[in-house]
Write a protein that binds this ligand. Structure first.
Ligand code: PGA
Length: 265
């Protein structure tokens, strides 16, 4: 648990568009979003958008002069270049304006065979390329029902952060995304999110020391909406959200950010 609320890291509300949005749709999104958006008073970055790669340069261009928003990718390869059909390196992402990469999303883990080892290599490569790495962990429904959440999350977290020494921490963000909550409309209750994220916080403090562990952002992801983000983001160890469905509509995403900001003050 955090000792005092003043230590709570600034929140981040990060859109994960997954495999959605053609360029024309991304353009309309950005235009509308910009008409609603205002940055935090201190202009600190608290909004992320991870479009599909085909829209990344366009989204970056449209949001270029807007303070407080970063644009990123939904994955990154661990090598700099080479014979790796279908993969994209950190430098390539950086070149088109990416500032962060989501890594180890449960859809990558479940459907594309991503392992903790691969996640750790990707996270390291992202940070080496000066991208922030949003490393995702989270248990399946059966694991939740069998009371194995902490075991699974601990294994994933330790495996996914292997080799990430203290010098990587500036670039590291964790996202707890219970798989049973993703895209189901059934978000974790604030109590469950807080319990697991406080556990993640304790692990991070054990791994990196209290001071560093308490500075890391831990996002919650899974069916967040403008109506439930308030209770979730006000938990001591929830530092914003990784948002799928609710990030596809500019007015809904903006509502979610506004509500989340309000409770995180
Ligand atoms: P969701 O997705 O908000 O649609 O549940 C979250 C995610 O997969 O990051």
């Amino acid at each position: 648990m955090l000792e005092n609320a003043a230590m709570k890291p600034n929140p981040l509300f990060c859109a994960n568009w997954k495999m959605n949005m053609l360029q024309s749709e991304a353009k309309s999104f950005c235009e509308k979003f910009l008409s609603l958006y205002s940055p935090r008073p201190d202009a600190a970055v608290d909004v992320g958008i991870a479009p599909p790669l085909t829209c990344l340069p366009l989204v970056k261009e449209l949001l270029r002069d807007t303070p407080g928003i970063m644009v990123g990718s939904q994955n990154v390869h661990w090598l700099l270049s080479g014979a790796h059909t279908g993969e994209v390196s950190g430098a390539m992402l950086k070149e088109v304006g990416a500032e962060f990469a989501i890594i180890g999303h449960s859809e990558r883990r479940q459907f594309y065979g991503e392992t903790d080892k691969g996640v750790s290599l990707r996270a390291k490569a992202a940070i080496d390329a000066e991208l922030k790495a949003i490393v995702c962990v989270g248990e399946l429904r059966e694991e939740f029902e069998q009371g194995k959440t902490e075991l699974v999350v601990e294994t994933q977290l330790k495996g996914s952060l292997k080799g990430l020494t203290e010098q990587y921490l500036d670039g590291l963000i964790i996202a707890y995304e219970p798989v049973w909550a993703i895209g189901t409309g059934l978000a974790a209750t604030p109590e469950i999110a807080e319990k697991v994220q406080a556990f993640i916080r304790r692990l991070l403090c054990e791994m990196y020391g209290e001071k560093q562990g308490n500075l890391l952002k831990i996002l919650y992801g899974g069916s967040t909406t403008p109506s439930n983000i308030g209770e979730l983001a006000s938990q001591p160890n929830v530092n914003g959200g990784l948002v799928g469905g609710a990030s596809l509509k500019p007015d809904v995403f903006w509502e979610l950010i506004k509500t989340g900001r309000e409770v995180s003050k």
